[in-house]
Design a protein around this ligand. Structure first.
Ligand SMILES: [Zn+2]
Length: 107
């Protein structure tokens, strides 16, 4: 599996990645499977080059706002978080218009 498939698989399994003291860590331990662990070992170097939250180490930084600020959404200040959520909502609406996807039921 590719690095991005692995990140998606870890996400689906409920395993979070973070960097502490330059080391790649994960939690919670009990949700890690041998298959995911083997893939994580294989991709460790590549994953460590990805941007992570400079406050808590969370990886990857998923939103454009957190990539720009260098911290994850949880570590943004209240005002930054509010601005980020607004920007994401606006972007989602713009993308929806671009793609002509009708998801009014969710609104
Ligand atoms: Zn963080």
């Amino acid at each position: 599996m590719t690095r991005y498939q692995l990140l998606a698989a870890l996400d689906a399994a409920g395993v979070s990645l973070f960097v502490r003291d330059g080391e790649l860590r994960y939690q919670p331990k009990e949700l890690m499977t041998p298959r995911l662990y083997a893939a994580l070992k294989e991709h460790k170097t590549g994953i460590l080059t990805m941007p992570h939250c400079r406050a808590c180490g969370q990886l990857p930084l998923r939103t454009r706002e957190s990539q720009v600020s260098g911290v994850c959404l949880r570590c943004l200040s209240d005002s930054e978080y509010t601005a980020a959520v607004k920007a994401m909502g606006a972007r989602r609406r713009a993308e929806r218009d671009d793609n002509h996807v009708d998801d009014r039921a969710e609104a």
